[in-house]
Design a protein. Structure first.
Length: 121
């Protein structure tokens, strides 16, 4: 006897959740607001959600030890941006070291690409 398997429903991933919440705020909530101040705050929230969406889409698995989006190079070599910053601040490491310079240049390129990316569709 073949038991019927229940249908499998995949839960939405983090990007899809952020995208849907932003869309809901923008299309459903904001259009019905008569309070200009609240409307502004909803627009800010939507913009922040779009930024999170771009970060997740750009580097979904590159989170550093502090849970911040980082490059694989930075995470692999230093653990987190905070750890690298502290090492630079104490003089333990120098930005003139090739591996430090490379990791920071890759991180900077990633952050610029996220900040300047077009909004996902």
């Amino acid at each position: 006897m073949n038991q019927a398997q229940p249908p499998v429903f995949d839960a939405p991933d983090a990007i899809e959740i952020v995208r849907k919440v932003a869309r809901f705020l923008e299309e459903e909530v904001r259009k019905d607001l008569s309070d200009a101040r609240l409307g502004y705050r909803v627009r800010v929230a939507v913009n922040l959600l779009r930024l999170v969406e771009r970060e997740l889409a750009a580097h979904p698995s590159a989170l550093d030890a502090d849970g911040r989006v980082a490059t694989a190079e930075l995470v692999g070599q230093f653990g987190s941006l905070r750890a690298l910053t502290e090492a630079l601040g104490t003089g333990e490491r120098s930005i003139l070291e090739p591996d430090v310079f490379w990791a920071l240049s890759q991180y900077t390129q990633m952050r610029v690409s996220i900040a300047s990316a077009e909004e996902p569709q």
